[in-house]
Design a protein around this ligand. Sequence first.
Ligand SMILES: C[S@@+](CC[C@H](N)C(=O)[O-])C[C@H]1O[C@@H](n2cnc3c(N)ncnc32)[C@H](O)[C@@H]1O
Length: 231
Amino acid sequence: METQAVYRHKPVRSFVHRQSGLTPPRRDALTRWLDQYQLPLDQGQLNWARIFQRSAPLTLEIGFGMGHHFLKQAQAFPEENFVGLEVHRPGIAAVLLEIERKKLHNIRLIVADAVDVFKTSLPDNSIDRIQIFFPDPWPKRRHHKRRLIQPAFCQLLRKKLKLGAHLQLATDWEDYAQQMLGVLEATAGFKNLAGPGHFSPRLAQRHLTKFEQRALNLGHVIRDLQFMGIA
Ligand SMILES: C[S@@+](CC[C@H](N)C(=O)[O-])C[C@H]1O[C@@H](n2cnc3c(N)ncnc32)[C@H](O)[C@@H]1O
């Protein structure tokens, strides 16, 4: 009998798992607090009002890295809700340590691939602001397919944002910045707040991260983009 090979395609991910920096205190933080702050993804769509026990503007930051921007923002606006989405465990642990140290009550975390989460777990028209700062640039042409900002994902971003809500991005890779501009301007339901074909001025509330500082030290130009959800 002829046997048939079964080919399973691995999904193209926009990240690689890196464990370096998972120090003993960070490991300990994951063991002690991750369950308390991590949102479950196996119980249907998330319900923000139930999760935060209040109704308040919701910001979702995708790929917060070590959390420098994410934590400062959440601390500055205690009356708003913040959800951070990451896969990098040392960064997640660093954020948990700060949540506990500063007693922040307005933060929850999602530990999973953003693409999967947007496909399955987030209610439509429910988010007031989505932030994606310095997503992995995947500079080699053969890796461009791994970039997070792709047409299908941008449609999902739009679907989850409320009407009038904002999508904010930044990158220090010029060709990725151009790709973001092109893809988002071609996505129905988004309006470029800087005007067609233009990048935005630096977002007032975007805090400097180590990642951005490294890019500046290398002489890279930082591009900000801001889009609004429209009908
Ligand atoms: C280059 S770092 C930038 C971190 C941070 N935003 C900053 O400005 O310092 C990109 C981050 O995005 C995360 N990331 C990439 N793809 C992701 C995905 N599909 N879902 C969740 N996180 C992702 C990576 O783990 C990494 O921490």
